[in-house]
Design a protein around this ligand. Structure first.
Ligand SMILES: Nc1ncnc2c1ncn2[C@@H]1O[C@H](COP(=O)(O)OP(=O)(O)O)[C@@H](O)[C@H]1O
Ligand SMILES: [Mg+2]
Length: 221
């Protein structure tokens, strides 16, 4: 499989405070990657760099044909159309019902409303939320909001899903639905990157672990 993400001597900083220091890693197409490290180690920082929210301070960061160091706004929005992002705080749109929230990536991609609605209903049923389609985010529990966020992140068949602590704070039922969705997406060839302080026990599929420690990224077997 080809290399999808290549980081060379990557340094990520906030106002000159380095969080990731001259690190190297690659992610291949189709990989299932856990990005691990203690709280404050830089997991969210790396996820942010991968969707272009945080520009590299120095070094190289490439995703496919895109160079994140000097990417233009229009190329960044093209890149993001190929990503599915699951934020630590869900970022569902509060004024929209769950159905419309899940439809969003399809609407951005120009899919017509009827088809988008049908597909969103199908994805809501996969995360066992069909009965909440017309509810608003504030009317759902945290686990339900996370499941809706994951339906939204996968509905447009992205090349890569970036998920920041997607199961922390979820009950067992929601967590297993969520992990199942990631596994199914990966089986379709979607590259998965999950930031998580630990790897779920009884995790049965092949995965890689990139571990952050003291600003450096190590591959753990
Ligand atoms: N916007 C920011 N401005 C300044 N420092 C930040 C910002 N976001 C994160 N940091 C710092 O960067 C480090 C890594 O944070 P983060 O990537 O959120 O860690 P993790 O997700 O692994 O818990 C922490 O020391 C944190 O305080
Ligand atoms: Mg974090």
């Amino acid at each position: 499989m080809g290399k999808l993400v290549v980081a060379n001597n990557l340094t990520l900083t906030y106002e000159n405070n380095p969080v990731i220091k001259s690190s190297n890693f690659t992610i291949n197409s189709g990989d299932f990657v856990f990005l691990t490290g203690v709280s404050g180690s830089g997991k969210t920082t790396i996820i942010k760099s991968l969707y272009g929210e945080l520009k590299p301070h120095s070094g190289n960061l490439r995703i496919g044909e895109f160079n994140l160091f000097n990417i233009s706004k229009s190329k960044l929005s093209t890149l993001r159309k190929h990503l599915g992002i699951v934020f630590q705080d869900f970022k569902l749109i509060p004024e929209w019902n769950i159905l419309k929230n899940v439809m969003l990536p399809l609407l951005i991609a120009g899919v017509n409303k009827n088809e988008a609605e049908q597909r969103a209903m199908e994805y809501l049923s996969r995360v066992k939320l069909s009965h909440k389609a017309d509810k608003f985010p504030a009317e759902l529990s945290g686990g339900e909001q996370q499941r809706a966020a994951i339906a939204r992140a996968t509905i447009h068949n992205p090349v890569m899903i970036l998920a920041d602590e997607p199961i922390s704070g979820l009950d067992e039922y929601s967590a297993s639905l969520v992990m199942d969705l990631f596994i199914k997406a990966n089986q379709k060839g979607i590259t998965i990157v999950i930031a998580s302080h630990s790897i779920p026990t009884e995790f049965s599929i092949n995965f890689r672990q990139l571990h952050i420690e003291k600003g450096k990224i190590y591959e753990l077997a």
